[in-house]
Design a protein around this ligand. Structure first.
Ligand SMILES: Cc1cc2nc3c(=O)[nH]c(=O)nc-3n(C[C@H](O)[C@H](O)[C@H](O)COP(=O)(O)O)c2cc1C
Length: 169
């Protein structure tokens, strides 16, 4: 699949079959994630791969709009002990977002569905996810990506809007 085709085909999927995601596919998703750019190549990310049903249920309840039944979740976390100092520290959010988008695009190529459910900066959701995964304080959960074989197929979409482009010629 061409990258541009995957970009348009990637849509949020919120209904999944019960079929498990293979170990091979999970490995490809993680390789894609860690191929992303990061500021000063700090790679301040950690990935929690969750297939345990009890933990998945806790993640569904962790955030208000995360009640998605999928057989796999990857929780993308920022590692503050690896982030840049001082006012550059919040670059971890951009780094982890790039890794997240890579997971979504690789999943699209593999025929899997995904939905990115935001956690940080919602404090209560952060605490719930941290508790569900027993995270140390230095790890901040950015999002929960629910992943599985899709049971709904939103149409590919191009949201190009000329008004949002500003040319300086
Ligand atoms: C930072 C962020 C947080 C999001 N949080 C949620 C969420 O909590 N629950 C959910 O169902 N979708 C969530 N989404 C998915 C958006 O609703 C979705 O990307 C948007 O409506 C566009 O639809 P599309 O993904 O099909 O293109 C989130 C997306 C982003 C980027």
């Amino acid at each position: 699949m061409e990258v541009y085709e995957a970009l348009l085909k990637r849509r949020s999927v919120r209904k999944f079959t019960e079929e498990a995601v293979s170990e091979e596919d999970i490995s490809k998703l993680l390789h894609a994630a860690m191929s992303g750019p990061s500021a000063c190549n700090r790679t301040p990310w950690e990935f929690f791969v969750v297939t345990n049903e009890d933990t998945l249920e806790k993640l569904r309840k962790a955030a208000r709009y995360s009640k998605i039944k999928a057989p796999l979740a990857i929780v993308v976390c920022g590692n503050l002990s690896k982030s840049l100092p001082m006012q550059l520290s919040s670059f971890w959010i951009q780094d982890c977002s790039a890794a997240t988008e890579n997971i979504l695009l690789e999943a699209t190529e593999l025929g899997l569905g995904t939905v990115w459910c935001g956690v940080h900066p919602m404090k209560r959701a952060e605490n719930n996810v941290s508790e569900a995964l027993s995270l140390p304080e230095k790890l901040i959960p950015l999002n929960i990506i629910h992943i599985g074989h899709p049971a709904e197929f939103p149409d590919p979409r191009d949201q190009f809007n000329e008004k949002k482009v500003h040319y300086l010629k």
